[in-house]
Design a binder for this molecule. Structure first.
Ligand code: DAH
Length: 362
């Protein structure tokens, strides 16, 4: 209602109170109530504006006007509080009246699946456990001591670059002499050193896990996975190594795929050998004829292996005149791809559910 110039400020206040009271029953919820409060009592509210008239009335009328103002304001506030209570009670009534079917399942829950690499790691563990191996573990942030020195990779050895290692800066708050030099482990081989130092000989373990190198292209990822194997006892020979790896390939890939060694060099083994298996993709039951996957060679490189170097035994407290042993280190990611038919390495690490959901957990 437009303010009538003839009305006294008190009358205008009462007018506002009436229109407030008229609007109140239509307020249906809390935001509505708040809106009403702002409209009348807010900074630019109708009542607040009228209060500004105080300065304009003669001093003799000011007291009366102040009283009228307080009366109207208080009346409105009481109304607001009462209405708020009513609204809350009504909301509660509605809540209580609502029936909820607690047995109703809107969408069947989607069980997650294990990542294909996790599945592969677990399958590998199963296979090697059946062959009599324990499963060992080691830290991802690893001492240089275990990553290199204990493995006969000397400080100036080119293998340290060969690994393309992520070196970790020493924490500045530690005394440099006491702070161990750390790396993101570039291979799972440090678990060999840890296991021998902790358990001595004989020992038979595999150590699958995450590894890191400064490699990033279509066929390399800076984070990847390996599985390390170590078998130390009296009279262990390279023949045991080949037999074990053959049994592993048979158990993991099936189908009588052939395996082979190629002489190679790794500082922690002597002799050392690369280990290959026939490509399962172009294998006809006897020969692998070559395909894109094996770069037409018919062979897939699984990794390195060999007889544990006597120097490694000495570094790890094992008497090399009594014990011999072998070790291997294979990449897991390619095995997962071969096993599950994953065409690109990047699928392994993108976390794309459309890809990952295709691999139901065993
Ligand atoms: N650690 C080696 C690498 O990452 C792989 C390897 C080679 C591991 C020979 C072994 C081994 O245990 O005997 O390149």
């Amino acid at each position: 209602m437009a303010a009538d110039a003839q009305q006294t400020p008190q009358q205008q206040l009462d007018e506002q109170l009436r229109s407030f009271e008229a609007a109140l029953p239509d307020v249906a919820d809390e935001p509505g109530l708040y809106e009403l409060q702002v409209r009348f009592l807010g900074k630019n509210g109708a009542v607040t504006k009228l209060r500004r008239l105080m300065g304009k009335v003669p001093p003799s009328e000011r007291k009366e006007l102040g009283k009228a103002f307080n009366r109207v304001k208080q009346a409105m506030e009481t109304h607001l509080a009462t209405r708020a209570g009513e609204l809350a009670a009504a909301a509660r009534e509605r809540d209580l009246a609502r029936r909820v079917d607690l047995t109703f399942i809107p969408d069947p829950p989607r069980p997650g699946t294990l990542h294909p690499i996790t599945q592969t790691r677990r399958e590998l563990e199963r296979v090697f456990r059946r062959l009599g191996f324990d499963v060992a573990d080691g830290p991802h942030v690893e001492a240089e001591l275990y990553s290199f020195d204990k493995l006969n990779i000397l400080p100036d050895h080119p293998a340290r670059d060969m690994q393309d290692t992520f070196f970790i800066e020493r924490p500045t708050h530690l005394d440099h002499a006491d702070a161990p030099a750390l790396v993101l482990r570039p291979h799972t081989s440090p678990v060999q050193a840890r296991t021998m130092l902790q358990h001595g000989a004989p020992v038979r373990i595999v150590a699958p896990g995450t590894t890191f190198r400064r490699d990033d292209d279509a066929t390399h990822s800076p984070m990847f996975h390996q599985i390390e194997g170590l078998y130390v006892d009296r009279n262990v020979t390279m023949a045991d190594l080949k037999a074990t790896l053959y049994a592993f390939v048979e158990a993991f890939f099936g189908r009588g795929l052939g395996v082979r060694f190629r002489p190679s060099y790794f500082p922690f083994v002597e002799p050392g050998a690369e280990f290959d298996m026939q490509c399962p993709f172009c294998f006809d039951g006897q020969l692998s004829h070559g395909c894109g996957l094996c770069k037409q060679s018919g062979w897939i490189e699984l990794g390195g292996s060999g007889m544990v170097h006597p120097a490694v035994f000495e570094h790890c407290g094992i008497d090399s005149s009594v014990y011999t042993g072998w070790a291997f280190g294979f990449g897991i990611d390619r095995m997962a791809m071969l096993r599950h038919g994953i065409p690109h390495l990047r699928h392994n690490f993108e976390g794309d559910l459309r890809v990952l959901e295709q691999f139901t957990s065993p």
